[in-house]
Design a protein around this ligand. Structure first.
Ligand code: ATP
Ligand code: MG
Length: 758
């Protein structure tokens, strides 16, 4: 076997073997930063460092898993197993479970997801008699989250002039009060949200120096990937842990800092030199991922940002295919054109589905691509958005699991205390919630510790509440001695959820029951895996895995040969042979909210750089001329980012995105209007490629059918160009069948179709 150090170039190898002292690896995309981190860990283990002494922080669980595999391949499975490697959240959740009692939490605390947090904020608004129109829960949560990531606790918030006046200006002067109550409620419910995991770790290390010291001694080597996207809370944890030995290695790229909206501070990487004066720096310049064209094009656009660390990134791979600029008439057509292009590349270059990724700015864009891929029968997987674990039936069952582990988990209790129906009405629940807010006891504690008279509830209702308590207690008693798969099955049945779903014979009902079965399969698989590796296979361990999933973590590892659909944010660190960056339009990418500030646009440009540098061989920038936004059809124009890429690397299909000739960069090779191959069925009637140089578009939307004939070339504002196959019926119900170039065959009601004759 080749020695692992031989798989590195000189600067990479230097960065790997110089294991001691503070180390900064700063380099452009695809230059092997993650590889260096991985090999450095392997090297440490080879030198005799014990895996328990190594703390490695990655951006996703998946990245941690992949690193682990690679390291295991070098140093052996057994040696790689006990590394502390994972996301910030998963590692510090693990530490908090060990130390939580110091902070007044049981080790079985629940981790709230965003939906739980929003629901809690809604209850607090009700409690404070505030309107959720003025205090939108998502917005309030954003403010709370930003405070936590900046380590601003509720009392500090009230003293924070900048935050208080920003809230005033936004007409939300009471956010600080909501925040204080939110913290209290979470504490009562023995629950923490994602940001709390980091905030509480900071509090733990601040208030318990002996605990900090223990972890400082344990983690002799600390390594952090994607350091440019750490927030203050994460930064502080790392800084404290590394204080003694200073064996800290961070890798990152300031040009890929894309999470400032979540509190990430690009300064963390820039200030590394001040934080650790004895640091060593390694610069990696050779990109091993992408063709020269892609690397050069990416360099040309990121150069438009001011204030960045100078980097020289080059590729020695082939120069490769130019970057394709693809124009569509509408968002719908964009979906079909991308699907067509995937089909063509698969056919001509023998790629498999997993070689393709469609990257978009916002999750909402995914639907159209899903539809186009589904119509062609292409396998695909979507990351983020409404994931499996956010479906109602899954959340319901998970709420039972969470109650089993932590019965004080109030959001779960509220969710399922009357599901399936047990005759516990909202009046009772409102009453209990109000008492809970007043007394500081959780609803669970109230039911257990008080008489019906004290709670103002009648005996019948109390009996039902006790019935629920008994049910949950019964599950709880089995937790420690059962395997997750068995207990999960028992809960699904005994709670009545299974019967409730089975009783619903509608298609939706069936599919909900299937989803629950799918969850059971996942838990069965988890159980088998854990048992095989000799680890605990309890339900609470399974819950922890689910709670810590990130947008980038595929829920099913066997999801292999599929086209990937994800936001650009989620694509960080990944690579694909073919990448479609879609919706590259002004107002969408860069997004409307950022357009007015230079900082905002610069962050979007970094995001664009991230998108383009995911591609190994082939990249497409696609935009549509019309798009539905908030239910209205809007015109859109090509993004400035397309214009900013040095034109020598582009291949423009169809019309130039640079509408006025004056603004078109010189020398741009416009390939007019050679579109992808026209399906043969078009050809006998009319050829779409024989479009006149200046299209004579007539805006005559006749609805009688009179002017339209079979064989005619037409244009629809969403589906693009097509040929009329057939016209039938009479005014006003005339129907027209059109086969569109990229959107398939559709039957349309002529009076609404607004077909332009070309
Ligand atoms: P990003 O900035 O996107 O996170 P990165 O700097 O972390 O990128 P890697 O993902 O580590 O880069 O490497 C990019 C690709 O190049 C990977 O496929 C990796 O295996 C490969 N690679 C890195 N270094 C070498 C090398 N010395 N020889 C061959 N291939 C390499
Ligand atoms: Mg990387």
């Amino acid at each position: 076997m080749q020695h692992y150090l031989d798989e590195l170039n000189t600067p990479q190898r230097d960065a790997v073997v110089n294991t001691d002292g503070p180390t900064l690896v700063i380099a452009g995309a695809g230059s092997g930063k993650t590889r260096v981190l991985t090999y450095r860990i392997a090297h440490l283990l080879e030198k005799g460092v014990r895996p328990q002494q190594v703390l490695a922080l990655t951006f996703t669980n998946k990245a941690a898993r992949e690193m682990q595999h690679r390291i295991a391949a070098i140093v052996g499975e057994a040696n790689a197993r006990n590394l502390w490697m994972g996301t910030f959240h998963s590692i510090f959740a693990r530490i908090l479970r060990i130390e939580s009692e110091k902070l007044g939490y049981p080790s079985s605390f629940t981790i709230y997801d965003t939906a739980d947090s929003k629901s809690l904020i809604k209850s607090i608004l009700k409690e404070m008699k505030l309107s959720d129109k003025e205090y939108k829960p998502g917005d309030v949560l954003g403010r709370i989250s930003s405070a936590k990531n900046d380590l601003v606790t509720p009392p500090a918030y009230a003293r924070d002039v900048a935050r208080m006046s920003a809230d005033q200006a936004a007409k939300k002067p009471l956010v600080y009060e909501i925040y204080a109550r939110y913290m209290k409620h979470c504490y009562q419910a023995k629950s923490m949200d994602f940001d709390d995991l980091l905030l509480n770790t900071n509090i733990l290390f601040r208030d318990f120096p002996d605990v900090l010291q223990r972890y400082q001694q344990r983690f002799q080597y600390i390594l952090v990937d994607e350091y440019q996207d750490t927030n203050l809370s994460q930064y502080r944890i790392i800084k404290k842990l590394a204080e003694g030995h200073q064996n800290i290695c961070v890798v990152g790229d300031d040009a890929q800092s894309i999470y400032s909206f979540r509190g990430a501070k690009i300064e963390n990487i820039l200030n590394f030199r001040n934080d650790y004066p004895g640091y060593k720096i390694f610069k990696l310049e050779q990109n091993y991922r992408s063709t020269q064209t892609i690397v050069n094009a990416a360099n040309s656009i990121i150069a438009k940002n001011k204030g960045q660390i100078q980097k020289n990134v080059f590729s020695e791979k082939e120069s490769g295919h130019p970057i394709r600029v693809m124009e569509s008439y509408s968002d719908v057509e964009e979906g079909y054109r991308v699907a067509d292009d995937i089909a063509e590349r698969r056919r001509e270059h023998h790629y498999t589905y997993q070689d393709f990724a469609i990257l978009y700015r916002t999750n909402a864009q995914s639907r159209i691509f899903e539809e186009a891929l589904r119509k062609r029968g292409f396998a695909y997987k979507i990351y983020g958005g409404l994931s499996f674990y956010q479906r109602k039936e899954i959340k319901d069952l998970i709420a039972y699991f969470r109650m089993t582990v932590n019965p004080n988990d109030q959001e779960s209790l509220k969710r399922v205390i009357n599901y399936p129906a047990r005759g516990i009405g909202s009046t009772t629940m409102d009453k209990l919630e109000a008492i809970s807010a007043q007394t500081g006891y959780s609803i669970w504690q109230l039911i257990n510790g008080y008489t019906p008279e004290q709670l103002g509830i009648n005996a019948g209702t109390m009996k039902k509440l006790h019935g629920f308590v008994q049910l949950i207690r019964g599950f709880g008693m089995k937790l420690l001695d059962s395997q997750a798969a068995d207990l999960a099955r028992e809960i699904a049945t005994a709670s009545g959820i299974m019967a409730d779903l089975m009783a619903d014979k509608s298609v939706e009902g069936q599919s909900r029951a299937e989803n629950v079965e799918e969850l059971m399969n996942a838990i069965r698989e988890f159980t088998t895996n854990k048992l095989e590796s000799g680890e605990p296979a309890r339900l609470d361990v399974f819950l922890e895995d689910v709670a810590l999933l990130t947008d980038q973590d595929s829920e099913k590892p066997e999801d292999n040969d599929k086209v990937t659909l994800m936001t650009i944010h989620s694509a960080k660190g990944l690579e694909f042979k073919n990448v479609y960056i879609v919706g590259v339009e002004e107002g969408l990418f860069p997004s409307q909210m950022t357009i007015d500030s230079e900082q905002g646009v610069e962050e979007e440009r970094r995001l664009f750089y991230v998108a383009l540098t995911r591609a190994e061989e082939y990249a497409v920038m696609s935009y549509a001329k019309t798009r539905y936004k908030y239910g209205e059809l809007k015109n859109s124009t090509a993004s400035r980012f397309i214009r900013e890429v040095d034109s020598q690397y582009l291949e423009v299909l169809g019309n130039s995105p640079f509408t006025s000739p004056a603004s078109r960069p010189m020398g741009i090779p416009v390939r007019q209007p050679e579109r992808p191959a026209v399906p043969s069925r078009f050809k006998p009637k009319a050829s779409l490629t024989q479009r006149p140089a200046t299209p004579s578009i007539q805006f005559n939307y006749q609805t009688s059918g009179g002017d339209y004939q079979a064989g005619m070339l037409v244009e629809h504002e969403r589906f693009g160009r097509g040929v009329i196959d057939n016209i039938e019926g009479s005014f006003p119900n005339t129907k027209v069948t059109v086969t569109f170039e990229h959107s398939g065959t559709k039957q349309l009601l002529l009076k609404f179709a607004k077909l332009k004759i070309l």
